[in-house]
Ligand binder design. Sequence first.
Ligand code: HEC
Ligand code: HEC
Ligand code: HEC
Ligand code: HEC
Ligand code: HEC
Ligand code: HEC
Ligand code: HEC
Ligand code: HEC
Ligand code: HEC
Ligand code: HEC
Length: 279
Amino acid sequence: MNRINVKACGVIALLAFAVGILSNPPAARADTTANAACSACHDAASSSHARGVHGKQDCSKCHSGTEKHLANPGPETKPARPGAAACQVCHVKDANRMNWAFSDHKKAGLNCAACHSNHTPKVVKGADTAKYKDANSALCASCHKEVTARFNMFSHHPLKEGGISCVDCHDPHTDKKQALTAKTETCTKCHQAVRGPYTMEHPPVTEDCLTCHNPHGSPIKKLLTVAQPALCLRCHSLADNRHAVGAAAGARITGAALRNCTACHGGIHGSAFDQHLRY
Ligand code: HEC
Ligand code: HEC
Ligand code: HEC
Ligand code: HEC
Ligand code: HEC
Ligand code: HEC
Ligand code: HEC
Ligand code: HEC
Ligand code: HEC
Ligand code: HEC
């Protein structure tokens, strides 16, 4: 512990020395003198630097190479724009950022700054707020055009209407598999009525809602991936059960294949009473 403190003090002293404010107490340093040295040329007060949660952070926490730059300010010595690693010095500890290393967006080569404006991080970039009610979805839409287009389909979640956001279902800082470990849970946190446990479960429902629904949009009502009865006939064969049409003299329910299966099997997501999921 002591060793770390000594080391940390060394680093702080070095930085402080570099900006020539060795005599200032550390607490006052961050938001005043050190940044003031930079602000003499970079209009921090009127720029996004001074606003938002990072306003009080030391410039050099995010921009490396500030010593050289200060000694000889100009384009040749300009400090680097921070990559994800610089942000994670502070943000690796919080749960959401922990999985960044495995995230789809890191794998795709994106940096934090691809989505977060440099110094006012909540103002996400590229947000077409005229089209979308929430800035987060507008941000996602600026890159994911195909997925976003599905929200224009006949059946869709109310994204453009402002009733749901991409980030209600996705965490952009992680891998989609981790974000959706329990895919059904992603859905049932809002759709409580569908959540079990039911005495009579329908296996595909407890496994993955996406077997039957497209979360982004579908030309078929209720976000269904395929229309009934084909939706059900992918797994259920009517020929060898009581729905057997025609030939079998005892066929009890004929013509089932021509109807909406859920007209009779209304308990499609599970039932407390009926093994045939009728209610
Ligand atoms: C004496 C004036 C001066 C001071 C003091 C100064 N800079 Fe600069 N800085 C410049 C100039 C000039 C450039 C080059 C501008 C350009 O390339 O458009 C620059 C460029 C930069 C860039 C790169 C901008 C980009 O477009 O990538 C960053 C980041 C930066 N400075 C940060 C700092 C920080 C942090 C400090 C304080 C440690 C600081 N500057 C102090 C003059 C200064
Ligand atoms: C929380 C991290 C963070 C802090 C603290 C920070 N910056 Fe930045 N800064 C960034 C990021 C990220 C970018 C680049 C954004 C991009 O690539 O689009 C940036 C860009 C810049 C630029 C380029 C022009 C621009 O606005 O995009 C300058 C100049 C700059 N910073 C100076 C400073 C100065 C001076 C300070 C201290 C007053 C400071 N920064 C503090 C993260 C930070
Ligand atoms: C020196 C530490 C430090 C560094 C480096 C840093 N941050 Fe922060 N950041 C903070 C603090 C402190 C807060 C406010 C407390 C919180 O929400 O955790 C914050 C908050 C945020 C927020 C939430 C904003 C809000 O309005 O709620 C975002 C987004 C963010 N930072 C992104 C970044 C990005 C992107 C970088 C790299 C360019 C970065 N941070 C680098 C300390 C830091
Ligand atoms: C693909 C876009 C994207 C990238 C890349 C990204 N973020 Fe975010 N980030 C967001 C969005 C959108 C939110 C708002 C989420 C919400 O409100 O639920 C957010 C929120 C945050 C917050 C606020 C705290 C919170 O959980 O609400 C922090 C801190 C943060 N991001 C840090 C980072 C850091 C650090 C990186 C890089 C390692 C990064 N982000 C990369 C889109 C992104
Ligand atoms: C700057 C562009 C950009 C932004 C903004 C962006 N993404 Fe991405 N996203 C990508 C790229 C590139 C990939 C890599 C795979 C691909 O090309 O689809 C990706 C991958 C993904 C994946 C995994 C896709 C798969 O096929 O495995 C999801 C989920 C995702 N993004 C959701 C989001 C969400 C939600 C937002 C808004 C918070 C967002 N993205 C914002 C560029 C972006
Ligand atoms: C109702 C929840 C929900 C909403 C809202 C939502 N998604 Fe998804 N999204 C999912 C699920 C679930 C998956 C499938 C993940 C898997 O296969 O593991 C997915 C998959 C994806 C993929 C991977 C490629 C694909 O088509 O399967 C991308 C990219 C993506 N979503 C982006 C977005 C964007 C951008 C938005 C907002 C415009 C958004 N999503 C809104 C639930 C949602
Ligand atoms: C943030 C809350 C939220 C989450 C998470 C969510 N939904 Fe929804 N869902 C809604 C809202 C709001 C509606 C619209 C309800 C209405 O119009 O009455 C809706 C409607 C639906 C509908 C009916 C569509 C129609 O045309 O009537 C289906 C099916 C659906 N969601 C499936 C899912 C699935 C599958 C998931 C998980 C991938 C999911 N939802 C996650 C909020 C959510
Ligand atoms: C075996 C296919 C299947 C699976 C798996 C499935 N659903 Fe459905 N769901 C349907 C059908 C079919 C309808 C339409 C019922 C109707 O039209 O009466 C529907 C309708 C809905 C509706 C609209 C409201 C309603 O009850 O009519 C919501 C919300 C919904 N499902 C959510 C979910 C969620 C959440 C999951 C995962 C936990 C899920 N579904 C899994 C087939 C399925
Ligand atoms: C007219 C109402 C009705 C329609 C429409 C209907 N079913 Fe049924 N289904 C029933 C009844 C009633 C039973 C048997 C209940 C009993 O024997 O107590 C049943 C039983 C079943 C069983 C259990 C079979 C067995 O042998 O135990 C399956 C699987 C099934 N239906 C699937 C479907 C599918 C798939 C569709 C759509 C193609 C469908 N049903 C359409 C009323 C219907
Ligand atoms: C991904 C495959 C799959 C899909 C799609 C699917 N089911 Fe099922 N279903 C199953 C499995 C597995 C069981 C449990 C095993 C069994 O009893 O046959 C089951 C059980 C049932 C039962 C109870 C069987 C009984 O013995 O009474 C009914 C009724 C039923 N499903 C109706 C439907 C209807 C209606 C649809 C379309 C909306 C549908 N299923 C879509 C896989 C599926």
